[in-house]
Design a protein around this ligand. Structure first.
Ligand code: CU
Length: 93
């Protein structure tokens, strides 16, 4: 997961570089869910998007962050062969 600019509240663009055993995962459907669990005085927050393929296993995901802090990231990949993978990560902003 790569960003040209520091992550901030508001709109961000993240590049996802997806590989399996160093082979790029091309032409996949890539859905991304950013979420923050509920905290005292703050409800659960979520932002869902479908990443845009840029070619060669690279996908671009927009992320509109409603607040700073730690966001969990789940990436749902469906390959063109129909295989499904789920990756988990997190980001700080
Ligand atoms: Cu929060």
């Amino acid at each position: 997961m790569v960003s040209d600019k520091p992550l901030t509240t508001g709109m961000n663009k993240l590049e996802l570089h997806l590989f399996k055993r160093s082979t790029p995962i091309k032409d996949a459907n890539v859905a991304v869910k950013f979420f923050m669990p509920a905290m005292p005085g703050m409800p659960y927050m979520e932002y869902k998007t479908v990443a845009k393929p840029l070619g060669n296993g690279v996908y671009e995901a927009a992320f509109n962050a409603s607040m700073g802090g730690t966001w969990q990231v789940h990436i749902f990949i469906t390959t063109k062969e129909g295989k499904k993978y789920r990756l988990k990560s997190s980001i700080n902003l």
